[in-house]
Design a protein around this ligand. Structure first.
Ligand SMILES: [Zn+2]
Length: 301
């Protein structure tokens, strides 16, 4: 879009159409930059310039419906989505499953099915570097380990009997292996996550910074599924929050641009959260090369 107002030619700002012409921002965009859903041919609802100017559909569901009958055009389209995001966001590494979801892009499983290739191969062809090997690493589920749990952790995960736990002070994160506090899990209920990525955002960035300095790696483990998170404004336990999905997911995406010593993982309840915690701690630093969300979505974990 131009950086000048289409009505008067003055410099454009988002407040300008309303303050100088009495025209709502949404109406301004609809009039001068009409965008239509590729599926329904209806004008796309305006939320903000960034969302609107990049949208070809009203939502991911519309995109999926369109893709079903789009054939080769659809395959080109989803590749182009990745390329556009790579350029716009300066993505160097191929995105993981959680970042794709938070970016409203099709999932890795979808790309792999469409192209019948591993996602890493698709991404290499597009010029991405590969961070996640997307290989399944096995752990010995019955081997005993000792887990250190931070004193500030309130709702302790329950582990099976072969795992011992001790309470102590961790510099970052909530769970680590006793004797190795560099790979940690930061457990979050869905309302914790809402707090962390809204009011607690700066504090959390400082924690990531601290971890980075110490050579640490944080897995942010959210006890709810991505689809719960997607409807965070409507769930009984979070509908009171003053934030919304669009805002929270933007913050999460921003973190991926700023830091590389973490990954976000959505899971299916506290029992699975305990299992994933054990998995992460048993794999140690190998976990940095594993897209945990992908293993969960593939039902490996
Ligand atoms: Zn104007």
């Amino acid at each position: 879009m131009d950086n000048v107002c289409k009505i008067c030619g003055q410099e454009f700002s988002t407040g300008h159409p309303w303050s100088d012409h009495g025209i709502k921002l949404a109406n301004y965009f609809h009039k001068f930059y009409p965008r239509y859903s590729k599926l329904t041919n209806k004008l796309i609802i305006f939320k903000n310039p960034d969302q609107y100017l990049n949208a070809d559909f009203e939502n991911l569901q519309e995109m999926k419906t369109w893709l079903k009958s789009a054939g080769e055009e659809g395959k080109d389209y989803i590749l182009e989505l990745l390329i556009k995001r790579k350029i716009k966001k300066n993505w160097i590494y191929a995105p993981g499953q959680a970042l794709l979801r938070l970016s409203n892009l099709p999932s890795i499983l979808y790309y792999e099915k469409q192209f019948n290739l591993p996602f890493s191969e698709i991404c290499k062809k597009l010029g991405f570097k590969i961070k996640y090997k997307n290989k399944e690493e096995k752990v010995n589920w019955i081997a005993p380990i000792e887990i250190k749990i931070d004193t500030r952790e309130k709702l302790l995960l329950k582990f099976p009997n072969h795992i011992k736990t001790e309470i102590g002070c961790l510099k970052f994160g909530d769970y680590s292996l006793v004797g190795d506090e560099k790979i940690v899990i930061e457990r979050k209920s869905i309302s914790d996550a809402a707090g962390t990525f809204s009011a607690g955002y700066d504090r959390f960035k400082r924690e990531l910074q601290r971890a980075k300095k110490a050579g640490g790696y944080i897995v942010i483990l959210i006890e709810n599924s991505y689809s719960d998170f997607r409807s965070i404004e409507y769930l009984p336990q979070t509908r009171h929050i003053k934030s919304n999905y669009d805002h929270l997911s933007k913050r999460m995406r921003d973190l991926y641009e700023e830091f590389s010593n973490f990954q976000i993982v959505f899971c299916d309840g506290r029992k699975q959260a305990a299992q994933i915690t054990e998995y992460i701690l048993k794999l140690g630093k190998k976990i940095k090369k594993i897209d945990i969300q992908l293993l969960i979505d593939k039902k490996v974990l």
